[in-house]
Design a protein around this ligand. Structure first.
Ligand SMILES: O=P(O)(O)OC[C@H]1O[C@H](O[C@H]2O[C@H](CO)[C@@H](O)[C@H](O)[C@H]2O)[C@H](O)[C@@H](O)[C@@H]1O
Length: 278
């Protein structure tokens, strides 16, 4: 049987102990792309790593709550991850603006600036001679400009960074940089606020959050603040060569989505072996 890997920090280690000792009050929170799902060239092809959803489903019956907090529209994450097979799972989409639960989706109307960006973005990309392969993802509440499929994704991001920031400012939207992507999205909500609200709502005494990208740093911040309020928090980095900022801060680093799937399996095995038998 695989043992649960030991976090490198005292706080992370204490949080893992609390989680294993009192799972009925533990929240397990995960980002989707790059954490549960491997990064792929076309965002429409992203799917959960084999076995990850099944492990989450088993974990869901052993802990207080499993929640997915993603920049994706919640419905799309549910579809790509097969998340509707997980009893009781909650999906907070669009950085927490949307909430999907038991097949029901709640979301406020997108602000007017989203439509302005929708209208102006194609012209902006033409004016700046965005390279072949630059792709606009319209998420309804936000628009993302992807460069992963261009010949030089970093150069394409550098070319577009300032014009996109200027457009975001005119539209009164926030700029969210990510892995070979810049998103223009409504401000006022981030993964940290979403995680704090959910953890408080569930009355959790311990919390694990796993992510891979810059947008997940707000959730890492939230875990640290929740610790001050007595919630034992464990941050996990789904490691990659593309983003190093999370690895510098995480209590535990695993090797991308395959490492996350292994972690889920080891947590599940530890909790099952500790659970009272009928
Ligand atoms: O919060 P997340 O669940 O991590 O979502 C963040 C963004 O992920 C997606 O883009 C990323 O994954 C794609 C598929 O692997 C990849 O092609 C792209 O380069 C990555 O940036 C998604 O398309 C965005 O809408 C999400 O906000």
């Amino acid at each position: 049987m695989t043992t649960v890997p030991r976090p490198r920090s005292i706080e992370g280690s204490a949080a893992l102990d609390r989680l294993l000792a009192e799972p009925s009050r533990a929240v397990l929170a995960f980002d989707f792309d790059g954490t549960l799902a491997p990064i792929v060239p076309d965002p429409r092809d992203a799917r959960a790593y084999p076995g990850a959803t099944a492990e989450l489903a088993r974990l869901s019956s052993l802990v207080a709550s499993v929640v997915i907090i993603t920049g994706r529209p919640a419905g799309l994450a549910v579809e790509y991850g097969g998340l509707d097979s997980i009893e009781g799972v909650v999906v907070l989409g669009q950085y927490g603006r949307e909430r999907w639960e038991a097949g029901r989706l709640d979301a406020p109307e997108p602000p007017a600036g989203v439509q302005l960006v929708r209208e102006e973005l194609p012209g902006l990309l033409r004016r700046y001679d965005a390279p072949e392969g630059t792709w606009i993802e319209d998420k309804g509440h936000a628009l993302a400009v992807h460069t992963r499929r261009t010949p030089d994704p970093d150069a394409a991001l550098s070319l577009l960074r300032h014009p996109l920031a200027a457009l975001a400012e005119r539209a009164d939207l926030a700029v969210e940089p990510g892995r070979m992507v810049i998103e223009l999205r409504p401000s006022g909500m981030d993964k940290g606020a979403a995680l704090t609200r959910f953890t408080t709502e569930r009355g959790a005494t311990s919390l694990l959050f796993a992510g891979d990208d810059l947008g997940d740093l707000a959730a890492f911040d939230a875990v640290e603040r929740l610790r001050e309020k007595g919630v034992a928090g464990l941050t996990v980095c789904s490691g990659s060569d593309e983003v190093t900022a999370l690895a510098e801060r995480a209590d535990l680093i695993v090797d991308g989505p395959p490492g996350i799937a292994d972690l889920l399996g080891s947590l599940r095995a530890a909790l099952e072996s500790a659970a009272p038998r009928d």
